[in-house]
Design a protein around this ligand. Structure first.
Ligand SMILES: C[S@@+](CC[C@H](N)C(=O)[O-])C[C@H]1O[C@@H](n2cnc3c(N)ncnc32)[C@H](O)[C@@H]1O
Length: 286
């Protein structure tokens, strides 16, 4: 979601504009030049990038929920931060010793993140790349830890995005998405009879509500799942949920006993949807 009341913007690339750590007055100026901020970063000189954030001290309070569920020492871990925004979570993981690949589709946020990394002296531990989540389909790299926070509901093709991310996850994924209210879970969804579809109206049936226009004035909010829907999609993409660190937040591991169909009987659909089928056939000359 974008800052409340701020226009949706995909076009600005400030990535080259500010490089070196700056003095206090310069820091204030840079913060102003790089507005609007979605992450309230607490910078080394005591300044904050979004002290009046409509969500409070975001995402510090969210990190305080997640942090106890991750190893304190991430030395030797490689992590992927999808939709890194201004880099808050990348900086926290880097401080624990991980090497980070941080991606975002929006150059404005990447410019903030690159600038902030320099302020913290963490720029050598984090590689920032302007990428769509879908671009990860063409990578062969797998990451020990993947953060997939606040992005799923922005995807027009959410399950494709999740399937792609699953194939990049080696050990742990932290997943957060905007949900609709309700914690109910309809237990047996294994093979509904054609004439029993009324059961889908049960509040615990896995659901994904489509947002045709806007939610909170943001046209990139496409989907809101219910809790049962989140868990069902995570399972279907080959994960198992091992903890729930906070509201709408799920800690997951790849589940070797429940492989995703995208790695077995439905691989051809995944390859076609990601363009991998075309790439392979072009490479093989067929
Ligand atoms: C609501 S913010 C979440 C930021 C951060 N992950 C967090 O949880 O605080 C969504 C971020 O995802 C990025 N984003 C949206 N669609 C994306 C896509 N298809 N691929 C990569 N990043 C995307 C946006 O530019 C934005 O920085």
């Amino acid at each position: 979601m974008f800052p409340k009341g701020e226009p949706f913007r995909q076009d600005r690339d400030d990535s080259q504009s500010i490089r070196a750590p700056a003095r206090a007055r310069d820091v204030q100026q840079a913060i102003a030049e790089l507005e609007p901020w979605f992450h309230n970063l607490h910078l080394p000189d005591g300044s904050q990038t979004a002290p009046d954030h409509w969500l409070g001290d975001f995402p510090t309070y969210k990190w305080l929920e997640i942090a106890p569920h991750l190893p304190v020492n991430l030395d030797g871990w490689c992590a992927l931060d999808i939709g890194c925004n201004a880099g808050f979570y990348s900086f926290e993981l880097a401080r624990r010793g991980a090497r980070i690949t941080a991606i975002d589709s929006n150059p404005h946020y990447l410019a903030q993140a690159r600038w902030a990394a320099v302020q913290y002296g963490l720029e050598r531990r984090i590689e920032f790349q302007r990428m769509q989540v879908y671009d990860l389909a063409r990578s062969r790299e797998r990451f020990d830890l993947v953060l997939f926070l606040g992005v799923f509901y922005h995807l027009r093709y959410p399950l494709l995005g999740l399937d792609i991310v699953a194939q990049r996850t080696a050990r742990l994924m932290v997943f957060q998405t905007m949900t609709m209210p309700g914690e109910e879970v309809f237990e047996d969804t294994s093979n509904l009879d054609f004439n029993d579809r009324e059961l889908m109206r049960h509040p615990g049936w896995p659901k994904l509500a489509f947002i045709e226009h806007r939610l909170a004035n943001d046209p990139t909010n496409w989907w809101a799942a219910n809790h049962a829907g989140v868990e069902a999609m995570l399972r279907s993409s080959g994960f198992r949920v091992v903890a729930r660190p906070g509201a709408e937040t799920y800690l997951c591991e790849p589940d070797p006993e429940n492989s995703s169909c995208t790695t077995t009987w439905d691989r051809t659909e995944f390859d076609a949807a990601t363009g991998l089928a075309w790439t392979d056939s072009a490479r093989n000359g067929s």
